[in-house]
Design a binder for this molecule. Sequence first.
Ligand code: URA
Length: 215
Amino acid sequence: MKDYIRKGLVTVNGSVVRAPEQRIDETCDRIALNGEPLTFCRFVYYMLNKPQGVVSATRDLLDRTVLELLPEEKRAGLFPVGRLDKDTEGLLILTNDGELAHRLLSPKRHVEKVYAVRIQRELSPEEIGRLSQGIDIGDDKPTAPAKVEVLGECEILLTIHEGRYHQVKRMLKAVGNEVLSLKRICFGRLQLDDRLSPGQSRELTKEEVALLHES
Ligand code: URA
């Protein structure tokens, strides 16, 4: 913007500004670049289909981060809402809205997360019962009740309302099974857009932002 201002391309309320330090009131001043009105958005929200092999962090010394999957000019101030493991795929929200992120991650709110899980071997009805009722994964208390939907011999949908460290993998391990692949497809009332291939992202629509606030 500084460059644009110096080149005389920016107007405030119809007058060209020359000083980058000029203060404006984003609630009422009309800003234009090259004659095109600019709108101001305090908060932005992206949906990312996180691919395997990137970490849910804003910076990392070794690995590629989820932020690096967004164009550079869109990254400022953004962070992922929670974490998916490096080898987990699927729905991750990136935003600069700290308050919403805090609410969505609060253990008190029990925000629903749905995972598509490929497992090593078929679950018995007894194991499905244990996973559904809540199971000891080595923490202070067992997991909260979960929903297990069997999609195929070695494929399930698992719905949980907590966000413990490696929770899905540890739940399956507790019944002697193993997760072969993990993909989050819902977060709260928001669903992963299946047109996004791994690594792709898009801004949330107004309706989706509202769904997140309701989650
Ligand atoms: N549970 C896991 O084990 N890993 C994830 O990335 C998310 C949930």
